[in-house]
Write a new protein. Structure first.
Length: 65
């Protein structure tokens, strides 16, 4: 879980450099829960609150304001 949070933190910093708007980053966990390996899928407009969440996917709201 600690690695997952680290990966999400890195993704957050990277996305803030490329965009200043609020969006929802979507990742797929191709590893296990003990050893997560996230693969970036893409981003959606707005935050992740209104997104229908799918299993094995990780959603991260990003706002760089």
């Amino acid at each position: 879980m600690k690695k997952l949070l680290t990966i999400l933190g890195i993704a957050f910093l990277a996305s803030c450099e490329s965009s200043d708007s609020c969006h929802c980053e979507v990742f797929e966990n191709i590893g296990t829960e003990e050893k997560p390996q996230l693969r970036y899928i893409g981003s959606l407009d707005g935050n992740c609150d209104g997104v229908t969440k799918e299993e094995e996917k990780v959603y991260q709201s990003v706002s760089c304001d």
